[in-house]
Design a protein around this ligand. Sequence first.
Ligand SMILES: [Zn+2]
Length: 441
Amino acid sequence: MKKYKGYIIPPAVRDFFAGRIWDVARVPDGIAAHDIAQLIRYKHVAMQPAITDKCERCGITELIHYSLTYCRHCLTMGRITSNTTLMTWQSHAPRFTRFSYNASKLSEAQQRVSTALIASVRERRNHLVDAVCGAGKTEMLFGAIAYALKRRLRVCVATPRADVVRELAPRLKAVFPQTTAHVLYGGAPKEAGCPQLVIATTHQLYHFYQAFDVMIVDEADAFPYTYDQALQRAVYKAKKPDAPIIFVTATPSKQILAQAKKEQWGHSSVWRRYHGFDLPVPRYAPLFHYHKTLRKKLPPKLARWTTERLAANQPFLIFFATKKLMAQALPYFKQLHPTIESVHAEDEHRAEKVQRLRDEACVGLLTTTILERGVTIKNVQVAVVGAEAAIFEASALIQISGRVGRNANFASGDVVFFHHGITAAMDEAKRTIRKQNEVSV
Ligand SMILES: [Zn+2]
């Protein structure tokens, strides 16, 4: 009998590398260096230098020239230099066969968008969904995702915020229980199998190359995505060239609205929440010189607002423009109630803290803009301290206001902008919310 001389790719190796662009010198957990050598030897992967006139992983041309040339932009995903070789998958893709779908009941508006999205996926054209906070955007996506998964296509749901990934992932896994879905963000636990559905931060897309047949970008206007061209390119690089992109947001930028029009994308708008009630309109409360007061104590108005929430047993979020100001305020809040906590982007425990708020083990959270979107907490009340700060753009203030009244049983609530002077962004946010309330669909 003739001995087979080729290399049979172990499933775990294929599962990991299919659709990825990867530094050959980095051996992922659970894979042997020997397998990478074999993939190269038998040309199951294509090889290319990581650094040409640009970084081939993130597309940035501003490279750092030291003894070696390297890319600082995508450094957090592993350093690549002019000595690095990247490999991309050239062999057969895994076959996805298992599929089941727990369809949820949709409102009329959700159904309309869902049908339009399926049509866009079928026609492979991009689609913009702009739907107010609490319209039930995630549910609108299920139909289009189901359409693609059933046809054995690979789908990616990407969003700039890890908190949003953590919020979306369990919901998607529950709706598609048979689909292998991986959740990717910095520090996420490793999962087995080849993911047909990937739920990831946009940063994680640096590791993918022409992998997906349908790309969904949720919260498409969120920082840092809008300010980072490399992240935007990563979305295009991670999908197959003719794969459609669905952009979803409650606060579309002028640029994306113009692009959708110019390139004739599908476009769906929903200006009513799924439960039919109005969006809460923010109110203003002057809190002059709060910076100075917070060095010694809580400004009385802010203390009163918090005490009222505690008395009424209402969970709350209080947004701060800076980590520093928030840190100054925290001890005074703790005097009002010891379970009040603070969260920010670098906080390792922020997912647990949000969960404690949801479980009512914590009465309220102080937060930076990190929790401005994607977070749903029943009956939550919201305050912004220093709404005049530049970081609170109109879109941020609309998203923050959108945290309130999302549950049909608690469809209203308080949104207060404590400020040291009213800004154009504050007025724009208020005007936009009022306008959306006037529209009936
Ligand atoms: Zn790079």
